[in-house]
Design a protein around this ligand. Structure first.
Ligand SMILES: NC(=O)c1ccc[n+]([C@@H]2O[C@H](COP(=O)([O-])OP(=O)(O)OC[C@H]3O[C@@H](n4cnc5c(N)ncnc54)[C@H](OP(=O)(O)O)[C@@H]3O)[C@@H](O)[C@H]2O)c1
Length: 418
């Protein structure tokens, strides 16, 4: 049955009861590929909340790179994980703002009508790691809306109650949906993993991207100096507005990028280019960075390990350019550097990071707020690196301003061209 897009912002029931069907953007195992083709609009059943679960009416959703990976089926198919085998569909979307519509058995902290945002980490309450180490260490740990279905690109989504956070009143639905996944990830990487301190010097790759815009703001808030690496001067201007002491347009240093399968001479040339790059970084920061914020992976990792100061830390959460990293390990051991892996954030970190948004100390950085029809197109923009900061999708909300009920700074609009 064709989905009537004019009805997306209306639902037939009041909080407390659910309709039977909803519109959702769905990926299926037999049509993985480019996001514009793989993510399609369908009518599906509305899920019921299980024990300690909540079904939200999605007012707005945030676009993240993980749903690009899900569409491509790379590096692995999401259909191997979580509840995918049971449902047969992937409704992506790991960021949402919305209204609690129905709560499952055992939920006491939230009630129908509450306005919330969502962090995307799930784990079973029965795993002991949840109760003493970190939910990210639990065997059951999953990223909601990536390793599970029932994500936010639908009129309703299903989450664990522990994923809910109060929606900052001064943000619209669109602004509130835009920051969770990338901001909470950047928070854990810098605050809890790299243990950022005032006076630190930080190199941030992809500084105008989803993670980068928050990494730069967190450095500023912590009293650390950040240099942002970007691919255009327009992006550099945005990064300076967010608080970086300077930026480097990486197109000036094309020779630093590792392609793989290089000859010894090509490797030597790449190393020479990295020496020049590290020198420029040092000039901007006044010293070499003692933290490098990594998520580009294959192309940049050797330069990251080389450029970070002796005893410094390279903290990494992703690998957009490729997962097979190699680098000259002598730069690591001789200079006693550390590589730290990091993955999203736990509920406590997400709560603390969300409080900084509530206090107006960190702001969402929104590039576009798009209608529900544009979910597949928005992911293709991300895939093609045509964006700045974050993209929000209107679902229940009818315009980009809806949902703002308090005073505060709102989102920084990334208006310059990419
Ligand atoms: N583990 C986790 O919890 C977690 C959480 C969030 C994201 N991630 C992963 O982290 C990666 C980045 O996420 P994001 O949301 O920040 O994505 P994004 O919005 O696409 O930003 C990434 C930035 O990286 C830069 N970049 C891309 N290719 C590059 C290359 N070859 N060399 C240098 N820079 C390059 C681009 O900036 P310029 O073109 O301006 O340089 C781009 O803006 C993704 O792979 C994502 O899946 C992981």
């Amino acid at each position: 049955m064709a989905v009537d897009l004019s009805q997306i912002s209306t639902v037939a029931t009041e909080p407390g009861s659910l309709p039977t069907k909803m519109a959702a953007w769905v990926i299926r195992e037999d049509r993985l590929g480019e996001p514009k083709d793989a993510i399609r609009l369908e009518e599906v059943e509305v899920p019921e909340p299980g024990p300690f679960e909540v079904v939200l009416r999605v007012m707005a959703a945030g676009v993240n790179f993980n749903n690009v990976w899900a569409a491509l089926g790379q590096p692995v198919s999401v259909f191997k994980y979580g509840d995918h085998p049971e449902t047969g569909h992937h409704i992506g979307g790991s960021d949402a703002s919305g209204i609690v519509w129905k709560v499952g058995e055992g939920v006491t902290r939230w009630k129908p009508g509450d306005e919330v945002v969502v962090h995307c980490n799930q784990a079973s309450y029965e795993d002991v790691e949840v109760h003493g180490l970190d939910p990210l260490a639990a065997p059951s740990q999953r990223i909601w809306g990536y390793e599970t279905t029932w994500g936010s690109f639908a009129q309703f989504c299903k989450v664990q109650a522990q994923q809910l956070l109060p929606k900052p009143a001064h943000l619209s639905w669109a602004e509130a949906a835009s920051y969770g996944l990338t901001y909470f990830t950047a928070y854990r990487m810098l605050v809890d993993q790299a243990k950022i301190q005032a006076g630190d010097k930080v190199l941030v790759w992809g500084a105008a991207g989803g993670l980068g815009v928050f990494a730069i703001q967190l450095c500023k808030a912590a009293g650390a100096d950040a240099v942002g690496i970007v691919s255009s001067d327009e992006k550099g201007e945005l990064v300076e507005r967010l608080g970086a002491v300077g930026y480097i347009n990486r197109s000036e240093f094309p020779g630093i990028m590792r392609k793989g399968d290089e000859t010894p001479d090509e490797e030597k040339a790449r190393f020479k280019a990295s020496v020049g790059f590290a020198k420029r970084v040092k000039e901007i920061l006044g010293d070499s960075p003692n933290i490098v914020f990594e998520h580009v992976g294959k192309a940049t990792f050797p330069t990251s390990v080389f450029t970070v100061k002796p005893f410094g830390k390279v903290v990494i959460c992703g690998a957009t350019s490729g997962f097979d990293l190699d680098f000259d390990v002598r730069h690591l051991w001789m200079r006693q550097k550390q590589i730290i892996g990091s993955h999203f954030a736990n509920a406590y970190e997400s709560t603390r990071a969300n409080a900084l948004i509530d206090e107006g100390k960190i702001q969402p950085v929104l590039w576009r707020t798009l209608p529900f029809d544009d979910v597949a197109t928005a992911h293709q923009l991300l895939r093609d690196n045509q964006h700045l900061g974050k993209i929000a999708i209107l679902v229940g909300a009818q315009d980009a301003e809806e949902g703002r009920t308090g005073e505060g700074p709102g989102a920084i609009l990334a208006e310059v061209g990419a």
